[in-house]
Design a protein around this ligand. Structure first.
Ligand SMILES: Nc1nc2c(ncn2[C@@H]2O[C@H](COP(=O)(O)OP(=O)(O)OP(=O)(O)O)[C@@H](O)[C@H]2O)c(=O)[nH]1
Ligand SMILES: [Mg+2]
Ligand SMILES: [Zn+2]
Length: 282
């Protein structure tokens, strides 16, 4: 039988079939030796006497390491206006990592109830929209109505630093979850996460992973070429620079720098690209 892994607790795998039937499986040693099964994997499983065992893991469309999850359709990058403070540096670094993992990004700004109507965040949101990113905005018990539409029929990873409101979003969408949320993010201190394991939750006719926030922003394993090719708004200019190996830094005749000067590509995004390539291997 074929199914998808939606939850893992030590060697206990909860899988769900296309008919929405759930089974609790173990993974045979030979399977785990091949590759470690992760949430989102499509598997084949068999019935042995009194238990079910995973026999085979299908080829993955894509995969993320932290959190470990496979076959993701999209990632919703959740960032609060305040507590913790909105940061375009952090948003862009996460957007870049998501895009380099070949996952479609959507930005969701939370805690909109905590800011005034003239907050600079509104301009920053416009900058992302102008660049072609879909941006949702949510406040306390006041979700963007696009959110449910975006989730329908997809496997979505909710990501973003601790305390931005990922679990709260899911609880508001479907109160039956009662996912643990933080009492106060400050009391927990930095680096501590309320949400600890990976699991897919059925919500708004889709599957969502409420993951522990990204703990690593490691760019060292990537090349500037790969990052530039991955950034949505850079794509139309790739291959149009004077030099084939242009990394869009100081080279003359650079199509991307040109587009930044003409205000077509966001200056902020370009500056953050330069910061990230400085963190890469030489
Ligand atoms: N004012 C306001 N507070 C919010 C909103 N969304 C979440 N919060 C609060 O922010 C705190 C953190 O929310 P969580 O949902 O636990 O955050 P999380 O992203 O799941 O955090 P981790 O599980 O640690 O990664 C809680 O106290 C929430 O009540 C919002 O839209 N407005
Ligand atoms: Mg959480
Ligand atoms: Zn260039």
């Amino acid at each position: 039988m074929k199914a998808r892994i939606i939850k893992i607790v030590s060697n206990q795998y909860t899988v769900v079939t296309a008919e929405n039937e759930r089974f609790l499986c173990v993974a045979m040693g030979k399977v785990r030796l091949q590759k470690t099964p992760v949430v989102g994997d499509f598997v084949e499983f068999e019935n042995y006497q009194d238990k079910y065992a995973i026999e085979k893991i299908e080829e993955r469309k894509n995969s993320m390491v932290r959190p470990a999850i496979a076959n993701v359709d999209q990632a919703i990058l959740v960032m609060s206006c305040k507590d913790p403070e909105f940061s375009t540096v952090l948003v862009d670094r996460l957007l870049f990592l998501i895009q380099m993992a070949k996952i479609h990004p959507i930005l969701c700004v939370t805690k909109m109830d905590l800011i005034e109507a003239n907050d600079p965040i509104y301009e920053q949101i416009e900058d992302y929209r102008k660049s072609g990113y879909q941006v949702l905005s949510c406040g306390k018990e006041n979700l963007d109505e696009e959110l449910a539409k975006v989730l329908k029929g997809k496997i979505t990873v909710l990501t973003g630093q601790s305390g931005v409101g990922k679990s709260t979003l899911l609880n508001t969408l479907d109160p039956k979850f009662e996912l643990r949320t933080q009492e106060t993010s400050k009391a927990l201190g930095r680096g501590k996460h309320t949400t600890r394991h990976s699991e897919l939750h059925e919500v708004a006719m889709g599957w969502v992973a409420d993951t522990p926030g990204f703990s690593s922003l490691d760019f060292s394993q990537f090349t500037p070429e790969y990052l530039a090719e991955s950034i949505l708004e850079f794509k139309p200019y790739i291959g149009k620079c004077k030099f084939r190996d242009c990394i869009h830094q100081n080279e003359p005749g650079c199509a991307i720098k040109d587009a930044v000067e003409k205000n077509i590509v966001s200056k902020t995004r370009y500056e953050h690209y330069l910061q990230c390539i400085a963190l890469m291997k030489k």
